[in-house]
Design a protein around this ligand. Structure first.
Ligand code: FPP
Length: 236
């Protein structure tokens, strides 16, 4: 039996630190293991027919962490790409990003931009890294872009919800159907605030490095069993 697979899934990959602590390992070991798991879940999501997978890799709040950890987190995209780009190419996965990359070290930005260029014609799943991303900033940036268009006369209409979608960093992606957060914190942590309005939410106690493709499939199956009413009485 085939199930209704979400087109766009977003994930808050939480619990790398706790995973490491439970094993008496440094926090970086949790992030490293978490990076490997990005590969496992991306491959699985692509196999299942998900079109867009957006992962919260670095938030605008993560700057508050000790500098050594910030530096380590900033290097993860390069570690990921060097290790897995070949496989992503074989699977037809495209890499993109949202958020402000300008604060990242040149070396990381270069590897990331090259990977985006290399994968740009892949047309199975798009893997979007939210990096130096904040949901409030996304909204405020969108308002400012609209203001520029309005004052220059490029746009004359008042803002509508549909128009506003087009001013966000996620403009070209489909609506998010399902948001998963690992490691049992029940919050959005400034992730895609506008975009998650009608998403189904799935929380699990599993720490991100232990979140297996099987559990991902379980979350998708759980999503498929839900009745999405979008404020109405039923979906149709
Ligand atoms: C939250 O765990 C996780 C992060 C802040 C970083 C997430 C990044 C990855 C999983 C790897 C990203 C990979 C790529 C390819 C960009 P935490 O440190 O807050 O865990 P804790 O709450 O248990 O301390």
């Amino acid at each position: 039996m085939s199930i209704k697979v979400p087109e766009h899934i977003a994930i808050i990959m939480d619990g790398n630190g706790r995973w490491a602590k439970e094993r008496n390992l440094p926090r970086s070991a949790g992030h490293y293991q978490g990076t490997d798991n990005v590969r496992n879940i991306a491959i699985k999501a692509n196999e299942m027919g998900v079109k867009v997978l957006t992962l919260y890799a670095f938030s605008t709040e993560n700057w508050k962490r000790p500098i050594e950890e910030v530096n380590y987190l900033m290097g993860l995209p390069a570690i990921f790409i060097n290790k897995f780009l070949k496989e992503l190419m074989e699977k037809g996965i495209k890499i993109e990003s949202i958020g402000d990359l300008s604060a990242f070290p040149d070396s990381t930005r270069k590897v990331l931009l090259e990977a985006m260029e290399k994968t740009k014609n892949n047309n199975n799943m798009t893997l979007v890294f939210a990096m130096n991303y904040g949901g409030r900033k996304d909204i405020v940036d969108g308002i400012n872009r609209y203001l520029e268009d309005y004052t220059s006369g490029k746009v004359t209409e008042k803002m509508t919800e549909e128009m506003f979608n087009g001013y966000l960093s996620t403009a070209k992606y489909p609506e998010i159907d399902l948001m998963i957060r690992t490691s049992l914190d029940y919050r959005l942590s400034n992730f895609l605030l506008w975009q998650l309005s009608y998403a189904e939410l799935y929380f699990t106690a599993t720490h991100w490095p232990d979140f297996t493709p099987e559990e991902f499939e379980k979350a998708v199956t759980d999503f498929a069993s839900r009745s999405r009413r979008f404020g109405g009485l039923n979906e149709n």
